[in-house]
Design a protein around this ligand. Structure first.
Ligand code: ADP
Ligand code: ZN
Length: 592
């Protein structure tokens, strides 16, 4: 019998406790159940794993999952088992190979996770022949393509393996694949073109905000108050990571730990593990952090300094809010970030330089836009989003745009006339006619640009300087000064207009605590349920989110179920979890 979507929904309820499919999950599940192969491109948090985990419980035989990282496999394994799915991994970190192999041969596994290196060995093909297969699921499928950003040669060996089992459907999954990579993945894995299921890139629960960095510790501390849950802060160097972690811990009293390649492996692993199980810890990290971490309840991702590219920004911010709850992605940028990045352009090979410059320009446009950030991001990925989203800083608090062409001409002339070797501080003094020894000594008080800026305009010099640096019209010199670059000469000659964004005068005042938090923090029942979840999690040695997500606890708090069957109707409680935890949570609710 071919299972229908209705039967699939019953299984969805019974196993995962979810009422319905999300986004394009239903399509993928339907294709898989009917034996067709697909490539599912869905953003992080869309629920890709469910699209093979659910069919694996319905189809006869085992679903073999190829996954590139042991940490990811173990994460998936835990979650699958918590829902009563019969899953196992075969990795170098496992000691239960015998049991796993026996269970597989006996047809007692729904899911078997392996790395591509193992899957591509000839012995593995023989092993697969020892039982019935239901599905090949290929996670992080962009790794098969040289166009993707994580090419893994072993993924290329998967095609011959799968071709040896022509009856078994294939399901490739990835969150990041541009047009070229998608086409390549389809070919490399032998999936028909009509098998592409492409969900949008939008992550509606993430609130994007980009601010100028004036006092990172204070700015981050405020963000931490607004978002009391777990958070990731990305900083650019090891030293900055260490420094910020220390200062944030001191100024907020929260648990804040560093993560970077310079820490010894034990400390690094311990800090990561502490973060994964925590409900309120902040990790300050270099971008090395995040690969292979599947923590669903990250409430904010902050960038101190600009990321490498829009792609990197999307991927890094995408680690926030996988559970669908409100989350923040906040970037604190400085003119120096762009200045440094543009200076490095000269070290790049000539063939790559234009592409790299375009990458920076795209980032500068995102940082500087007065329009919807989400729209800029989504357009970058080829989508056609609405003009406004209502959930980014610019949509919530529209910034002004000012024509500063004249002021820009004055500033750039001052750069030129002072010999292209001074920084913004000195230039501002010259332009506003400050009385200053250094100015007099150098004769800058006799220049035609001395004292030609006054009043309101003087206030705009700083943001203008930042904007020109972000755009590359002002470039840094080796000794910390600024020189003309990009379109500076056209601006001076009056051939080009300059507009800049002026931030709204006062930042929207939010509630003192958790203004954007979905959780009823402080509600005694909710807090008691969280406490119980913590206990159960530490007994079972799993992160709390493996027991129940916050959304499940919220629903319990609001609905106050008093019987097992009422409890079973709460979202996120499938049969296995109801049996394992239902009674304990009912008792806790009854006590309040
Ligand atoms: P991805 O792998 O696409 O990043 P995951 O598979 O980790 O996403 O799923 C993200 C979260 O969404 C998980 O916590 C999962 O339990 C939840 N989820 C998945 N499908 C549904 C659904 N149909 N209804 C409610 N929650 C879902
Ligand atoms: Zn917006």
């Amino acid at each position: 019998m071919v299972a229908t979507l209705d039967t699939a929904r019953e299984h969805l309820r019974a196993t995962f406790g979810f009422d319905d499919f999300r986004g394009r999950q239903a399509e993928v599940v339907e294709r898989t159940l009917s034996g067709r192969s697909s490539l599912a491109v869905m953003p992080t948090g869309a629920g890709k794993s469910l699209t093979y985990q659910l069919p694996s419980t319905m189809l006869e035989g085992t679903c073999v999952v190829i996954s590139p990282l042991i940490a990811l496999m173990h994460d998936q394994l835990r979650s699958a088992r918590a829902n009563g799915i019969r899953a196992a991994t075969l990795t170098s970190a496992d000691s239960d190979w015998r049991e796993t192999q026996d269970a597989f041969r006996a047809g007692e596994l729904d899911l078997l996770y392996v790395a591509p290196e193992r899957a591509s060995q000839p012995a593995f093909r023989d092993f697969l022949n020892s039982t019935r297969l239901a599905l090949f699921a290929i996670d992080e499928a962009h790794c098969v393509s040289e166009w993707g950003h994580d090419f893994r040669p072993d993924y290329r060996m998967l095609r011959p393996l799968m071709d040896a089992f022509p009856q078994v459907p294939r399901l490739a999954l990835t969150a990041t694949a541009d047009r070229q990579t998608r086409a390549d993945v389809l070919t490399q894995l032998g999936i028909p073109e009509d098998g592409l299921v492409l969900a949008g890139f939008d992550r509606p629960n993430i609130r994007y905000a980009i601010r100028h960095r004036d006092n990172p510790v204070r700015q981050l501390a405020t963000l931490m108050t607004e978002r009391p849950g777990p958070g990731i802060v990305y900083a650019q160097t090891r030293k900055k990571v260490e420094d910020l972690a220390e200062k944030l811990a001191a100024s907020t009293g929260r648990k804040v730990l560093p993560y970077h390649a310079g820490l010894d492996p034990e400390t690094r692993a311990a800090n990561q593990a502490a973060f994964v199980v925590s409900e309120d810890m902040v990790i300050v990290a270099t971008v090395a952090f995040g690969m292979g971490i599947d923590k669903p309840d990250v409430r904010f991702v902050a960038h101190v300094g600009v990321p490498k590219s829009i792609e990197a920004y999307y991927q890094e911010t995408g680690r926030a809010g996988r559970d669908g709850d409100p989350s923040a992605a906040t970037m604190f940028w400085g003119a120096g970030d762009f200045a440094t990045a543009r200076m490095r352009l000269s070290e790049v090979d000539e063939e790559r330089r234009n592409a790299e410059r375009a990458r920076l320009d795209a980032l500068a446009a995102l940082v500087e836009t007065p329009h919807c950030r989400r729209a800029v991001l989504l357009r970058h990925f080829g989508e056609d989003p609405p003009e406004t989203c209502g959930n980014c800083d610019n949509c919530l608090d529209k910034p002004g745009v000012t024509d500063v062409t004249e002021l820009a001409r004055k500033l750039l002339s001052a750069v030129y006339r002072t010999g292209q070797s001074f920084g913004m501080g000195h230039l501002q003094k010259v332009l506003t006619g400050a009385e200053d020894d250094r100015i007099r000594q150098r004769g800058h008080d006799r220049l035609s640009v001395y004292g030609i800026v006054e009043g309101e305009d003087a206030r705009l010099l700083q943001p203008l300087g930042r904007a020109l640096q972000a755009r590359g019209d002002l470039v840094p010199t080796e000794h910390g000064g600024l020189a003309l670059g990009g379109s500076a000469r056209e601006i001076i000659k009056g051939e080009r207009e300059v507009e800049i964004v002026v931030p709204p005068k006062r930042q929207r005042s939010r509630g003192r605590r958790g203004g954007d938090e979905a959780n009823p923090v402080g509600d005694p029942l909710f807090e008691a349920l969280r406490e119980l979840r913590r206990e159960l999690a530490s007994e079972a040695q799993v992160p709390p989110y493996v027991i129940f997500h916050d959304s499940t606890l919220r629903e319990m708090t609001a609905a106050r179920p008093s019987t097992m069957s009422e409890m079973g109707r709460i979202g996120g409680i499938g049969g296995k979890k109801l049996e394992a935890y239902g009674e304990r949570f009912l008792m806790e609710i009854a006590r309040h």
